[in-house]
Design a protein around this ligand. Structure first.
Ligand code: PRP
Ligand code: URA
Length: 208
């Protein structure tokens, strides 16, 4: 059984409030997604493994640490793209493997349209990036894809989750940690998170 972490960081709460605002334009929306992702990345990577390494300072030798696990970022297209830059600021060496899914508007089920994962896993830790965990269908499908690929350590990083989506992802994949900036109230009849922020893809790309 893994964990569900909702950030309590005041900066996350402040920036998320701006992100939700209907008057926030796409440029600022994209900047906020990047900034919040930096803060969430800090929390989601607390358990990464390191190995000891010596470094020469101007005075002497100091014992330091270096990351040992290859990290993979898995942004779910489209909206997950906006979270990549923030994560790369923390871990520039992270590989990025895109997964393309959209929700069928009638059934709310995820439809897969893009996957260029190589035959064998090239990373030890996979971080799925998607701002919205609504019904959880897209997240569960992405974890299924990654597990079929051979990934073992998988985390989900989102900005806003609905209780329904958290429950569904957690039930289907209890081994996957979930990191969120906020856990909202419920889904409406169209599968949108309430209060939410609207359509995360449209608001980033100005397509709403
Ligand atoms: C949004 C969001 C998630 C999905 C969440 O994508 O970015 O991928 O919905 O919903 P779920 O938890 O109910 O599956 P959308 O289908 O709107 O595609 P887009 O990012 O291309 O706009
Ligand atoms: N996808 C979004 O972009 N927003 C929601 O509220 C739900 C799914």
């Amino acid at each position: 059984m893994r964990k569900v972490v909702v950030s309590a960081h005041p900066l996350v709460k402040h920036k998320l409030t701006l992100l939700r605002d209907i008057n926030t334009p796409p440029k600022q929306f994209r900047e906020l997604i990047r900034e919040i992702t930096v803060l969430l990345a800090y929390e989601a990577t607390l358990d990464l493994e390191t190995s000891p390494v010596d470094v020469a300072t101007p005075l002497t030798t100091a014992r330091g640490a270096k990351l040992t696990e290859p990290i993979g970022l898995i942004p779910i297209l489209r909206a997950g793209i906006g979270m990549v830059e923030g994560f790369w600021e923390m871990i520039p060496s992270a590989e990025v493997w895109h997964i393309g899914l959209f929700r069928d508007e009638e059934t709310l089920r995820p439809v897969a349209y893009y996957n260029r994962l190589p035959v064998h896993p090239t990373v030890s830790v996979c971080l799925i990036l998607d701002p919205m965990l609504a019904t959880g269908g897209s997240a569960v499908k992405t974890v299924n894809i990654l597990k079929e690929w051979g990934a073992h350590r998988i985390k989900f990083m989102g900005l806003i989750g609905a209780p329904e989506g958290v429950e569904r992802l957690h039930s289907a994949h209890p081994d996957v940690d979930i990191h969120l900036a906020a856990l909202d109230d419920h889904l409406n009849e169209k599968g949108y998170i309430v209060p939410g922020l609207g359509d995360a893809g449209d608001r980033q790309f100005g397509t709403g």
